[in-house]
Write a protein of this length. Structure first.
Length: 315
């Protein structure tokens, strides 16, 4: 398996964990999901993240799921595994297991009880020691969920102190100026380069690429849109990138609702035939008929726009 490096770019899809109607792992859907993400042009997959319902899995289930994804990915793309945990023992144990299986690296968010800059920096020094300094890791910056605010200076300190930190997963909001600041520090020689991939459902994706992000690490249910927007943005085709993004933005926004988003995403993935069921383990949202009607309408608009575009290209 390829190792995660500072040159990681493109779209690393945050993959959900498929369950069958009983709530058991659905490995058939897992295999199909990985295949569809590869077909969509993903350059990486990230599993057992916040949108992967990792806390709802047993340790054994986590390992079974990782093994299946790695087998289906076949070394064609990088696979990053979320290993965030309240304790370092569990984090270290899962990291060793997935790296031995062939994972490319791991992703870690700060513990929710961290408040001062020194506490945050010290925490990631302990993280690197716990998982091993030879394991590439992603620094996840998602204060909306963790409650931990990391300024550019704190991120700079973490990256400087830990050579195994190869990527920042940027999910702060508002956060465009944070990307700009980090890239300016890099240009000034005050920060070594790391990959920056962005999350938050891709809500600001074209702007983030324009500010210096290398791509996305998120899980919108039309991953081919994310791939195309990143490619168009990097090619300097700004209008085309924004036009495509804008066609999907209403569903992106709907899918990014706190608490409801994963339910929406799984429903769309099911409707697209990527997974067989939209089951979420409890506790989790149950979509109302009204919400489902909204999603169906949003999907119909996207499909109609795609059909019209294909006809225009063929004419």
């Amino acid at each position: 398996m390829q190792k995660l490096t500072i040159d990681a770019a493109g779209v690393h899809v945050i993959a959900p964990t498929p369950f069958d109607e009983t709530g058991a792992l659905d490995l058939a859907s897992t295999a199909r999901m990985v295949e569809r993400y590869l077909e969509a042009g993903a350059t990486g997959l990230t599993i057992l993240g916040i949108m992967g319902e990792a806390p709802k899995l047993t340790g054994a289930e986590s390992r079974i799921f990782v093994k299946e994804v790695l087998a289906r990915a076949g070394g064609k793309i990088v696979v990053t595994v979320g290993v965030s945990s309240p304790g370092f023992a569990a984090m270290s144990d899962l990291t060793k297991a997935v790296m031995d299986m062939g994972a490319s690296g791991v992703m870690i968010a700060p513990a929710a009880n961290l408040r001062t800059d020194d506490q945050i920096v010290g925490y990631f020094a302990d993280v690197a020691e716990a998982i091993g300094t030879d394991v590439p890791f992603v620094l996840q910056d998602y204060p909306q969920t963790t409650g931990v605010v990391m300024s550019p200076k704190v991120i700079q300190r973490i990256i400087t102190a830990n050579t195994s930190c190869v990527m920042l997963k940027h999910e702060d909001w508002p956060g465009l100026d944070k990307i700009t600041t980090l890239r300016r520090l890099e240009k000034a020689g005050e920060l070594r380069r790391v990959s920056i991939l962005v999350g938050n459902g891709g809500m600001f994706l074209p702007y983030e690429v324009e500010r210096g992000a290398d791509g996305a690490m998120t899980g919108y249910a039309y991953p081919e849109m994310l791939v195309a927007v990143v490619s168009l943005s990097k090619a300097g085709k700004r209008s085309e990138a924004h036009d495509l993004f804008d066609r999907h933005l209403p569903l992106v926004r709907y899918e990014t609702q706190p608490g409801l988003g994963l339910g929406v995403r799984k429903y769309v993935l099911k409707r697209r035939g990527i997974i067989a069921h939209d089951t979420m383990r409890k506790p989790g949202p149950k979509l109302t008929p009204e919400t489902i009607a909204d999603i169906e309408w949003l999907m119909a608009r996207i499909e109609a726009a795609q059909g019209a575009r294909k006809q225009g290209l063929a004419a």
